[in-house]
Each structure stands twice: as C-alpha cells, then as structure tokens.
Design a protein around this ligand. Structure first.
Ligand SMILES: [Zn+2]
Length: 570
C-alpha cells in the first residue's frame, strides 16, 4: 500500500513541478534579458536548481525547455521583456535574498545539524519548522544534514511511518546527507549507560513511579541512590526486573522537578517491532539524543522552546561524559490552533473512517497539504519568513496561503464552476455565439477559454433561488438578463449596464453543452461540492492547479471521461 502511495506522490510531484519550472524558466530568461541584455543557458539552469533542488531529477526536460524559451526570447526586445515581467509582477531588482537575516550562532565553518522524526505517523505541519530551519541552515553554511529516525520507544512505533516519513521528506524536497536509525544503536546506548553506572553517575531505580514522583516533589532521594556500584551493575544485567525499573542520572540540586534525577534508560521486556533490542533496556529520549548528537558530530541544535528542560538534561549528560557541547538554540513555538496534530489520534480516526487516510484534506499532514496543492516551497517560504526568537508565534493560515498563491497564481487556470446547476432559458437572446476569456486573467499570454453562449445557460441553484422578479443580473463575462414574471429576458451585452454605478449581481454560468465536465471538489470540511465545470477543463492534467471562480483554488486529482475530481486548497 505504501508503495502505491509513494508512486502516486512521485508522479504527482513530477507533473506538478514541470509547470512550475517552466514558469520560472520564462521569468529567469526575461529577467536576465532585462538585466544583462543576453541570457546564458547555464545561469538559468543554476537558478532553477537553486530554487528547486529536486529539479535535478528532470535536468534533460528542463534544459530542453530552457533552449525552447531562449529561442522564443531571441526576437524579443528588452522593453517587451520588461513589460511582460511587470505585468506578471516579477521583481526586477535582484530578487530579495530570502532570510538574509537568519543566522546561526557560533562557529559555522563546519555545520552539522539534524532532523529527528519519530516513526509514529507521517510528518505534519507541526514538524515542518524544525525540518525547514535545519535544512535551510545546513544548505546555507554548506554543512551536513542528518536525518535521525528516533524510534527508541517500541510502543510508539507505527511501522508504516518509517516509509511515510521518508516519502514526506522527499516530497518536501528535503535532502539529508546521512540517515540514522536509533534502533541500530542499542549497543551504544547500553554500553554508555553502563559506563555512567560504573562511574557512580547513574543508578538503577526499582521504585514504583508514583512513589518516586512523591519523593521527587519533596526534593528527596529514593533509597536506590545509595546502592553500591556493583549492585547497580548486577541489577542492570538482571533480565528479570519488573517493568518500570529505570536507570536514573544523578543530577545536581535543581528547582526543576522535571529535571531532578531524570531517567536515562527504562526496562521494558517488549520486542522492538523494527530492530530487535537484545538488552531489554531502552534509552530515554534525552540520553539517546545526546549520545547520537555527540557521536555524529552535531554542531548546532535548533529546536522549539518546548525542549527547554530537555536541553538542560542533555547538557548535564554532555558534562558527565566530558563531551564538548554543541550550540543550542531554542526558538519560540508556532502555535497551531484548530489543527489536529496528535498522530495517535489521527491513526485512530482513520481506523474509524473519520478521515479517509493520512492525506485527507481535513488534516494538516504534509501529504494532505501537498494533495490540496500547497507547495513545499510555499510552506518553506512561510516558515523561513518567521523570525527566530524566543517568542511564540500564532500560526496564520492566510500567510501560508499567500505564499502559496504567489507560486500558483501565474500558472493556475481559471474556470467557471456551477454548483448544483439549474438550466434557464433566456428569451430574445441576440448576442454572439461564443465568448473568449483568458485562462489566466493575470497572464495576458495565457490561452483563451472559449465558451459557447446563447439562450440556454446553467446557473447555480443557490443563485437561481435568490433571484427575485424584476432583478437584473449579469452572467459573468457574458450578458445581462432581467427576470420578469418568472421568465428570463435578454437585456443587452454591455457592461456597465447603467451609467450610474449600479452594481449588477454577477452570476457564474455555463453553456448547455455536452462538453461540460461533471466536477466534484473535496472540501477541507469533509463535504463535497458537486457541479459542472466548463469545457476548457479538457485541457487539464492531473496535479494542475485551478481556480474555480467563486470557490477557490484546487488541485486536480483525477480526470475520467467527463468527470473531474479536485481537492480544495483554500
Ligand atoms: Zn528508587
């Protein structure tokens, strides 16, 4: 199943990318023309790969497209190139170098950073900032990015997530240099824990967790702390301990109960679903993370303020081994309201059919966002536009959508969509037989949509129900109609209808044509809008982004005969 999903995403990603690359190629050629008077193929190619690293996978197609566009641009004057760019709203000045102000502290000559997903579900928007920032800085400083799968808790492992995460990273255009599974490293954690016990820096605690918790909050130690090193080592190798036994780290005096005598390993007689652990001891997050960060040479740790106490604990572990600490940088959290992020809840709700899958458009998993036509680079641009400070930031959906609109607006096709169509007959129609509208009104060079026009038109039931006798309305881009004695009468073609600014109600419509498509739009609130879409939809391909006028942006998911399924974006 996961292979199928992967193939689907890969295909979707490729199809989608091509139109984006092509648009960017045009822009870069025009920009070079205006700036330098001439264009160099390699510099355009570098710009495309710089902007879309995954474009490396389609070099041949891209080079062909650049060559084609170079030919087109040969005859064009600099003035014309400038005009086109202005119309498209492309900045002519050197494009703002994104996130110039985002910097890492400390020595940045050999940056090694890591992203550390848990295989408990696919990646969701809540993970995205950690991933984007670490990816950004390693690329910025030409460093190394480690992807570390943190699967040390056998009870939180959701097996399909191993694949889902890697698929998501690929689709998110995040390239890492090294892939590490913590479950390959049981021996390392075991040996280093044993070392701390041998040095008297840690001990086995067999108290019930409630009992220990009471003591902890009274700032008292449990009796286990007094145990001799030899006894601790014996206990550590005893395979018959009760569940709940832990190895505790001897912490210095602290006011933070969460830190006091924190545990570094726990005893669990549970088989790990991915990689067998021969020891029954599973490392706690702070322990495995510190060890792996140190052993893999991580230089900078950039993560959310929710890791404040973890960071304190990890610093103590570094000190106990005498290891040099990396640069820790914690940033404020991105507060996501009304977004379901609990992976276990999502998995449960999928089982109960509340969601159709991990890419259900109601969800904020990365794959659901991609499915809606929200581009990886929109998510990245949005997240990189946020300042890195200790302050929390409230997530603004509209700001994310705005970044996406910047990418899709130049390439999306506008289409009339009529929900729950009602056929009306307009009497005495005497206008033209067809009209032509730009497929993308923002792009004067876009293709023309041709619509038959005449006395029989479909309008949405909602519009139909709202029309009152005596109303005059305009069929958008078409003609004006008066409703009279429950009949529809042709008024005229003109706009505006009256000299004074009477705003005519504009209604979307479609011709009575066999070439219309049936269309279902999967909305983000679990509903489906059903209606008709104009014949120009025959030009659409899967993964195209469209703007259904009056509905919003959507991504085409399926096209079969005269039926189209789209997923609503926003
Ligand atoms: Zn104890």
């Amino acid at each position: 199943m996961s292979n199928q999903i992967y193939t689907k995403y890969k295909k979707m990603s490729q199809e989608r990318s091509v139109s984006i690359y092509n648009n960017k190629i045009k822009d870069e050629i025009l920009r070079a023309k205006v700036k330098y008077g001439s264009v160099d193929l390699n510099s355009v190619l570098n710009k495309i790969i710089g902007a879309f690293p995954e474009a490396k996978n389609s070099i041949k197609e891209i080079v062909d497209e650049i060559k084609k566009e170079l030919k087109n641009s040969e005859k064009m004057s600099i003035e014309d190139a400038e005009k086109i760019l202005n119309k498209k709203g492309v900045e002519l000045t050197k494009a703002k170098e994104e996130n110039k102000e985002l910097k890492l502290e400390g020595d940045t000559s050999k940056v090694i950073m890591r992203i550390a997903p848990n295989p408990s579900g696919p990646l969701h928007f809540g993970h995205a900032r950690m991933i984007v920032l670490n990816d950004f800085f390693t690329k910025k400083y030409k460093g190394k990015l480690i992807c570390r799968i943190e699967d040390t808790d056998p009870e939180r492992v959701y097996m399909p997530a191993y694949n889902l995460i890697l698929e998501d990273l690929k689709e998110f255009c995040v390239e890492y240099d090294v892939l590490i599974y913590q479950s390959d490293r049981w021996e390392i954690y075991y040996n280093l824990c044993k070392q701390l016990i041998s040095e008297g820096k840690a001990y086995v605690c067999t108290c019930l967790s409630e009992d220990f918790s009471k003591l902890k909050h009274k700032n008292k130690y449990c009796a286990c702390r007094q145990r001799k090193i030899e006894e601790n080592l014996k206990l550590f190798d005893n395979t018959k301990l009760k569940r709940g036994a832990v190895v505790r780290f001897k912490t210095p005096e602290t006011n933070n109960p969460a830190l006091r005598e924190f545990s570094i390993m726990r005893f669990k007689k549970i088989e790990h679903p991915y990689k067998k652990n021969p020891y029954n001891w599973y490392p706690m997050m702070n322990f495995s993370v510190t060890i792996d960060d140190h052993l893999t040479g991580v230089t900078h740790i950039l993560r959310g303020m929710d890791h404040l106490t973890n960071t304190e604990a990890q610093k103590l572990i570094y000190d106990s081994f005498g290891w040099e600490k990396p640069v820790f940088n914690l940033y404020g959290l991105l507060k996501l309201k009304g977004v379901e992020l609990s992976k276990s809840k999502i998995i449960k709700d999928i089982k109960e059919r509340k969601y159709s899958g991990f890419d259900d458009p109601q969800l904020w998993t990365l794959r659901a966002l991609f499915r809606r036509g929200i581009f990886p680079y929109a998510i990245k641009n949005y997240l990189l536009s946020l300042e890195i400070t200790k302050n929390n930031i409230v997530f603004d959906k509209m700001a994310l959508y705005k970044e996406n609109t910047k990418i899709i607006e130049p390439i999306c096709t506008h289409l009339f969509f009529v929900e729950n169509p009602v056929l009306i007959e307009v009497e005495t129609y005497s206008g033209p037989e067809k009209i032509e509208i730009l497929a993308n009104p923002k792009n004067k060079n876009s293709r023309l949509r041709s619509l038959e026009i005449g006395s029989s038109v479909f309008i949405a039931k909602k519009d139909f129900d709202e029309l009152k006798d005596g109303d005059v309305f305009r069929l958008k881009d078409g003609f004006n109609v008066r409703k009279n004695n429950n009949k529809f009468i042709f008024e005229n073609m003109h706009l505006p209808y009256l000299k004074d600014e009477i705003k005519l109600k504009k209604i979307h419509w479609l011709p009575k044509s066999k070439e219309n498509f049936h269309c279902q739009i999967l909305m983000t609130n679990r509903t489906i809008k059903k209606g008709l879409v104009e014949p120009f939809a025959s030009n659409l391909k899967v993964s195209d982004i469209v703007q259904f006028e009056r509905v919003g942006y959507a991504r085409i998911e399926k096209i079969e005969k005269d039926n189209i399924i789209a997923v609503f974006a926003y």
